[in-house]
Design a protein around this ligand. Structure first.
Ligand code: HEM
Length: 547
């Protein structure tokens, strides 16, 4: 017994000495030691892990940039930059269209294939991006227009049926629209959210994996934390996962088979062109690759589009003046609902303005340093934008427009890069802009938007969280669990209750037992949801039909 205690003490002492020596080296002797930033961040990755798990990462980065300047050390080997020049140096420093700063593979699922966004080899990434490129062209967008209208019209019809004075829960509805449209555009699948007006298992499960996605980015850097990643998966999702992977694989398989059958019978496949079209000629041995790319495209379309639908409506109902201008422009320019098309909305100036907002910048950065750009902080920073934190579409108008506001004349509009830039930039920009313009035009042509009376709207800067993706459903822990949450940093995230609570009860009992051993978010989450979370600021929009 005694030797065991001695061995344990010796190992602990050794580990402590090693960590302390390492922290001192990192803080004072590391090549990045000259860069300013929080001391804890310089010493160890714990600061970055905490910031990432808090759900407040963009705001925390914004704060440290305000405090320490335009380049901040946020980890022993990690820098964040603010300036547009730094963004260019990192994202556009390519030779022959290949990046010099390589992607760290943050969103690959370790299946041995990085798909497109998780592909770390610049040469292979370039090959895949080139193959997919036609799917994102303006020409391809035209072929997709009919299916985009189909889902937007269904959304509008459903709102006309259900969006009266009581309003609808916008987070849920925008998720339904975003995911339905993403599945149709990716592989012609109909997920049926708007049709059946309920969440699919895919929607429920993916939303519950938000923290896990962030954790997988952390464990990529700190493999010792790997067990925590699995504990971040709510048990209900753990059981659902094999089913979801199967549904996705079936969608891909079905798409490939129907294409082959249609081509064999008629020699042409005339339904709308989806992203998967570009991969259909691939070697069938590459099925895993096709599955990975299509799951990334599904997410890459669903998540940002949904965030935009949500953010635009939230911004509009919070800013009645802007809403009035936009509604007037849409209703006076477009005479009928049917005349709302990609072509006709492109002429609406105010609508187009209503969008969301090696040596790097002269510094020598040692090879191997992980660099990132604080786009979020940059597009709200007073150096570049007046009222950067406010929704002011006027800043995007040309000076000749009647609603142009001189106040924003010094804004440096090029700093805003919602789609990033360079070989790793978003290829879906044209599709996203088209879909969002149609969404706003159809919605405002048809309805008067308002917040539901008596309901408090979410405050973007206080109530929203972001991990792997934006958490738009705002809930807060009830009083009993507050102290537990304080003791358990991984439990900072609270998910909405599952749609069928009865299913959750056995899982909750298992969770209760497991939480005694693993007090972690994924495990105790269902318990929190049932007994101790209170929904706050349920966000709805009153949509009286006016036309
Ligand atoms: C408002 C909507 C959208 C926004 C704001 C957005 C933003 C972005 C950003 C910032 C990136 C770069 C991420 C990084 O640096 O790693 C990205 C990547 C990507 N986006 Fe989008 N996106 C949107 C819609 C779409 C759509 C509709 C598609 C359609 C397919 C799409 C497909 C992709 C893909 C495939 C990548 C990975 C590119 C690569 O690694 O080569 N996005 N997006």
């Amino acid at each position: 017994m005694v030797p065991a205690v001695q061995i344990f003490t010796a190992i602990s002492l050794l580990a402590f000495t090693y960590c302390s020596a390492r922290a001192i080296y990192n803080a004072y002797f590391h090549p990045l030691a000259k860069y300013p930033g929080p001391k804890l961040a310089a010493m160890s990755s714990l600061w970055w892990v905490y910031a990432s798990l808090s759900g407040r990462y963009p705001w925390i980065i914004e704060k440290v940039i305000k405090k320490y300047g335009h380049v901040v050390r946020i980890g022993p080997n990690q820098l964040v930059f603010l300036t547009p020049q730094a963004a260019k140096d990192i994202y556009l420093a390519q030779e022959k269209n290949m990046e010099l700063f390589v992607q760290v593979g943050y969103d690959a699922l370790d299946t041995g294939d990085g798909g497109i966004s998780g592909e770390t080899s610049p040469a292979r990434h370039r090959e895949i991006a080139k193959k997919l490129a036609p799917a994102f062209s303006n020409r391809s967008l035209k072929t997709k227009e009919a299916v985009i209208h189909q889902y937007l019209d269904l959304f509008v019809r459903r709102l006309a049926e259900h969006g009266g004075d009581d309003g609808v829960e916008l987070n849920r509805w925008t998720n339904w629209l975003g995911l339905d449209m993403a599945a149709a555009l990716t592989y012609r699948a109909d997920m049926g959210h708007l049709r059946e007006m309920k969440d699919s298992p895919t929607l429920t499960a993916v939303l519950r994996c938000n923290l896990m996605v962030m954790m997988s980015q952390i464990t990529r850097k700190l493999p010792l934390l790997l067990p925590l990643q699995f504990l971040c998966i709510p048990p209900s999702v753990l059981f659902l996962f094999p089913k979801l992977i199967k549904i996705h694989a079936q969608n891909v398989k079905h798409r490939i088979e129907t294409h082959t059958a249609t081509m064999a019978s008629s020699g042409t496949d005339s339904r709308h062109v989806d992203y998967l079209d570009q991969l259909l000629g691939s070697n069938p041995k590459q099925l895993l690759h096709i599955e990975n790319v299509s799951s990334q495209l599904l997410l890459a379309t669903w998540q940002p589009l949904t965030s935009q639908f949500y953010a635009i409506i939230l911004s509009l109902i919070s800013s009645t003046k802007t809403l009035d201008h936009l509604t007037t422009e849409i209703r006076t320019t477009l005479q009928t609902y049917q005349s709302i098309t990609l072509d006709s909305v492109s002429s609406l100036k105010y609508l187009s303005a209503s969008r969301g907002n090696i040596p790097i910048d002269g510094l020598h950065v040692p090879k191997g340093t992980i660099c990132q750009i604080a786009y979020f902080a940059a597009q709200r920073h007073p150096d570049y934008f007046t009222d950067g934190k406010e929704f002011r579409p006027e800043r995007w108008l040309p000076p000749t427009h009647p609603l142009y506001d001189e106040r924003y004349k010094d804004d440096d509009l090029k700093v805003s890069k919602p789609f990033s830039q360079g070989p790793r930039g978003c290829p879906g920009g044209a599709i996203a802009r088209g879909v969002i313009s149609l969404f706003v035009a159809k919605l405002l042509w048809r309805f008067d938007l308002e917040a539901v009376e008596g309901k408090e709207l979410p405050d973007f800067d206080k109530d929203l969280r972001v991990w792997g993706f934006w958490e738009r459903h705002v809930l807060k822990p009830g009083p009993i669990l507050q102290p537990i949450l304080l003791l358990n940093p991984l439990s900072l995230i609270i998910y909405p209750p599952p749609p069928r609570q009865n299913r959750c009860i056995p899982i909750t009992l298992i969770s209760l037992l497991m939480s005694l051993f693993f007090p972690c978010n994924g495990i105790i989450n269902p318990l929190l949801n049932i007994f101790n979370t209170v929904p706050v600021k349920v966000f709805s929009a009153v949509i009286p039909a006016v036309r």
